[in-house]
Design a protein around this ligand. Structure first.
Ligand SMILES: C[S@@+](CC[C@H](N)C(=O)[O-])C[C@H]1O[C@@H](n2cnc3c(N)ncnc32)[C@H](O)[C@@H]1O
Length: 524
């Protein structure tokens, strides 16, 4: 099977040649249709293999890693009698568990892609043919969608026996699934119960893996046993964060960081999350490097505050409070192609490479996250058109006095009309967000929300006021002295350490308004 996987791009003639070299058989496939059918059966035909990968968050665990994981669990005296792999794929974890745990009596695997289950069945057959004396538990494999699978049928059979729920659930978010028009979602799709503006701005987004992990904890945390899931670090953070509310009877929470690029070719931060069921609830997790077992930090709750490094947090928690200033997010236009401009001789150029003239009245220099990697800045690379001075302001009369700007915007009206976010619904044409009196303060202390660096930048005017885009946060000031004092307080090493103690560098946005509003630097 793996031979065909490795050579899945070979055509009919090439595969016959490769097979002859491999085993001497001439014309292994006599007709092309036989080869096509086999490819479809084992799921390597192009149309079958590529499409579902995103929709099913399909990243199969390699056997070296799954075996290292089962061996690690065994080293912790985990000896399950029952094993559940809720989205088992080709069954790496099931096969590794069979090799590791002699104690197994029953194994349950569920998977939506049937071809994977076939592959697993052949692998299991081969394993037991080769290992005649191996412990042989009863194995149940279900070709089923986990979202409507009846776990009660498994639950009923546990009967107080030692359980291990193990696996690697799909790596995909509900947001990606909705762009694919995919139905591979739990019926309770707003399971975070997010409402209003939070729902619009994506606070209700979740990883399918998070939903499945929490579902497993709901179903099985009361049983005797353990949980071991490969999941994104952001999901682990959410599980520990929500543990205060959920209070699952889980303890010995561990996060073992893996190299997802090396193991899965995926640019995400992921770890093995392990915990023990049926114990007094704990609200912190110890972090390790999976490969070296080196201990790192502990993340989780310190009294009522959540920290990425609880020890460091305890040292600097006197700075945890309410920021004396209001942090603001920069300008949002969702129209980069026509609203991100460069100055050229005698005019401007947009991202469509069009050159044109504008009146200067509404043009402002704008800084992006990438511009904030310095201590001080007063020169913009980009410019934008600020169509409103405050949110919701009508734009018609402003533009009536500026024919070049009005014509430019009208020529590109469709870009504005096609903006997906519902915040623009019912708002004046060419509306922007994140704008108010604060935007036009001459001096600013700013930080990027996209980068992981915690240093603050001083933004100064250069003829005109500089603005920031919506990937940045800032406080505005009327005087240079005030701005310099605040920048210096925030860049003080103690405050920097404090920020590091509760910032999660593997979140998509490590720096958020909530985080910044927690820094009480007046007590510095
Ligand atoms: C990240 S892969 C991991 C597979 C396997 N657990 C492993 O560790 O190799 C996720 C698996 O979930 C399966 N899957 C996705 N959506 C599913 C669903 N709704 N029900 C059951 N399985 C699903 C995918 O087909 C894929 O095999």
């Amino acid at each position: 099977m793996s031979f065909f996987q490795e050579n899945k791009n070979a055509d009919f003639q090439e595969i016959n040649k490769l097979l002859k070299a491999q085993c001497g058989i001439v014309d292994f496939f006599e007709i092309e249709n036989d080869y096509t059918q086999l490819k479809q059966k084992i799921g390597i035909a192009q149309c079958v293999a590529c499409e579902p990968r995103i929709e099913y968050g399909d990243f199969q665990t390699n056997r070296t890693l799954s075996l290292a994981i089962t061996n690690y669990l065994f080293s912790k005296n985990i000896n399950p009698q029952i094993l559940i792999e809720p989205t088992c794929g080709k069954g790496s974890f099931i096969l590794s568990a069979l090799q590791t745990f002699n104690s197994l009596e029953q194994v349950f695997g569920i998977e939506i892609q049937e071809t994977y289950l076939w592959e697993l069945k052949f692998e299991l057959l081969e394993y037991f043919l080769k290992n005649k004396t191996a412990n042989k538990p009863e194995i149940h494999l279900y070709h089923h969608n986990i979202f409507d699978f009846d776990f009660q049928q498994i639950n009923k059979q546990i009967n107080g026996r030692e359980l291990l729920v193990i696996g690697n659930p799909p790596w995909v978010t509900n947001a990606t699934l909705s762009t694919l028009n995919s139905k591979n979602l739990p019926t309770k799709s707003n399971f975070k119960n997010v409402k209003g503006i939070d729902a619009i701005t994506g606070k209700g987004n979740f990883d399918i893996g998070e939903y499945i992990a929490l579902n497993m904890l709901d179903l099985f945390a009361k049983e005797k046993g353990n949980f071991a899931f490969l999941i994104k670090n952001s999901v682990i953070k959410n599980i520990v964060y929500e543990q205060k509310r959920n209070n699952y009877p889980i303890s010995n929470l561990e996060k073992h960081i893996i190299n997802a690029q090396k193991e899965f070719g995926a640019a995400v931060d992921a770890s093995l999350f392990v915990c023990k069921f049926n114990t007094t609830p704990e609200w912190t997790a110890k972090e390790f490097d999976f490969y070296s077992s080196k201990s790192r930090v502990t993340l989780g709750w310190v009294n009522n505050k959540f920290a990425s490094d609880t020890e460091k947090y305890k040292k600097y928690q006197q700075f945890d409070g309410v920021c004396p200033f209001e942090w603001r997010q920069g300008i949002k236009h969702d129209c980069a192609k026509v609203m991100e401009l460069e100055r050229i001789d005698g005019g401007f150029k947009n991202a469509l490479n069009e050159e044109f003239e504008l009146e200067e009245d509404l043009v402002y220099g704008i800084l992006k996250s990438s511009d904030l990697q310095v201590d001080n800045i007063d020169t913009p690379r980009k410019y934008t058109i600020v169509t409103q001075k405050k949110i919701g302001q009508e734009t018609k009369s402003i533009l009536a006095k500026l024919p070049k700007t009005r014509d430019y915007l009208e020529r590109h009206k469709n870009y504005f009309l096609q903006r997906k976010s519902s915040i623009y619904n019912g708002k004046p044409m060419y509306s922007i967000f994140g704008v108010g009196d604060y935007s036009f303060k001459p001096y600013k202390v700013a930080i990027s929300g996209l980068y992981k660096q915690t240093k603050f930048t001083l933004v100064q005017p250069n003829g005109t006021v500089l603005l920031l885009d919506d990937t940045c946060y800032f406080i505005g000031f009327d005087t240079l002295e005030e701005a310099q004092a605040v920048q210096s307080s925030l860049n003080n090493p103690e405050i920097q350490e404090f920020i590091e103690s509760f910032m999660f560098t593997d979140s998509k946005r490590a720096i958020t308004k909530e985080l910044l509003m927690r820094i009480n630097f007046s007590s510095n």
